[in-house]
Design a protein around this ligand. Structure first.
Ligand SMILES: *Cc1c(COP(=O)(O)O)cnc(C)c1O
Length: 389
């Protein structure tokens, strides 16, 4: 089976992890701040807080922006459930904004229209979470302008977009957002096994996130309610979690980061090759914005639901049967059974639902060979032919 994604671990990566294992610290040592520094510097962000997953990063970002009961967080329905769950962890409510069918990203027009309606009902969101679907950045400039106009905060779910750029600036620089969140899960662009990071330019948000990742504990006298009893002293000043990244993970991440540019170029080259090879087939590829560079976490195609065409499910099943590890991104979050309790129903976000009905994710990862990629394209052409018959 050709998988849809796969990590790339070098001998240098292995050596970096082994070095930590032989050192004095397995966690809470020097590797984590070094990795944070390296990611922040690469992205041009002032602060970076490393955590044990992208999901944890989303959670502490919401907490640091004071999301709580009575508040609303809006995100895209075409995402992993974590983009929405972070609001529920905080006792807040979730709503969704329909997508642009061309890119799979949250539609800035739909957001603007929904905000105008919400403003008239006094139900504006506190936080909007745009998700850079497949690695292609959302219309951040427009979303940033809307955030100024309507007074909401922006957390970029950049789990797919490590190494991507928007209008010449790296994703993670938070030019149009308060916080940007990365995931380092192995299927994403670069990996720490499990891991994530939250980037921001606001010192107070960074400080709060760093405290929330470690139980809400501070060792900084400036943040204590009274002078320290002694050098051993710390205070828990709020309820946090153990969301810490280990030094083993950070050492791996540091090495991966050095190869990030190469990872993105390989993925981009493969994506271009897919674009060329698929041109004659009755499928739709995603639109690319001229002012942004995707990190190509996913290569998604749509098999249009049209008379005379076989439909997504048949094509998907044929591909799997021919050993192609295709996948689907994503089942719209509002259609998850857990979300039904909040009153969401099929038809609520029709563009996203249609996108889901037609989407297939083709294998894309750095080490995918041209021969294997050609095999995917041939299998897709055959699947469409066979399914039509
Ligand atoms: C992977 C992913 C996450 C969660 O990241 P983890 O590191 O797996 O917790 C969040 N949002 C999106 C869009 C993702 O793809």
């Amino acid at each position: 089976m050709i998988p849809y994604g796969r990590q790339e671990i070098s001998e240098a990566d292995v050596a970096a992890v082994v070095e930590v294992l032989r050192s004095d610290w397995l966690t809470q040592g020097p590797a984590v701040p070094r990795f944070e520094e390296a990611v922040a510097s690469r992205c041009g962000a002032k602060h970076a807080v490393a955590v044990n997953s992208g999901t944890s990063a989303l959670h502490i970002a919401c907490m640091a922006l004071d999301l709580g009961p009575g508040d609303w967080l809006w995100t895209s329905p075409i995402t992993f459930v974590a983009s929405a769950n972070c609001a529920l962890y905080c006792g807040a409510s979730v709503d969704f904004v329909d997508i642009d069918p061309g890119t799979g990203n949250m539609s800035a027009e739909a957001l603007e229209a929904k905000l105008a309606g919400a403003a008239s009902r006094g139900k504006l969101p506190k936080i909007v979470v745009p998700v850079h679907f497949g690695g292609q950045p959302c219309d951040m400039k427009r979303i940033g302008e809307l955030s100024s106009k309507y007074g909401f905060r922006v957390i970029e779910d950049a789990s797919h977009a490590v190494g991507a750029s928007y209008q010449g600036e790296p994703v993670g620089k938070c030019v149009h957002s308060d916080v940007a969140v990365f995931s380092f899960h192995p299927v994403k662009i670069m990996t720490t096994a499990e891991g994530g990071m939250a980037l921001t330019n606001e010192p107070s948000i960074a400080e709060r996130m760093a405290r929330l990742r470690t139980h809400g504990i501070t060792r900084d006298a400036a943040h204590m309610t009274r002078p320290p009893d002694g050098a051993w002293y710390y205070q828990q000043v709020e309820l946090g979690y153990n969301y810490r990244m280990t030094d083993m993970q950070a050492a791996l991440g540091g090495r991966q980061l050095e190869r990030l540019d190469g990872f993105i170029s390989s993925r981009e080259r493969l994506a271009d090759r897919y674009d060329d090879a698929l041109r004659g087939l009755p499928i739709v590829t995603l639109k690319r914005g001229p002012d942004r560079r995707s990190s190509w976490h996913l290569y998604v195609i749509r098999v249009p639901e049209r008379p005379g065409l076989p439909g997504r499910k048949k094509v998907f099943d044929k591909l799997r049967a021919s050993g192609i590890g295709v996948n689907v991104h994503y089942i719209p979050v509002h259609l998850q059974p857990y979300y039904e309790r909040f009153g969401f129903r099929p038809g609520d976000f029709p563009v996203a639902e249609r996108f889901y009905a037609e989407a297939i994710t083709l294998p894309l990862f750095q080490a995918l060979s041209a021969a294997d990629q050609d095999k995917v394209v041939r299998a897709l052409a055959e699947a469409i032919q066979a399914a039509k018959a």
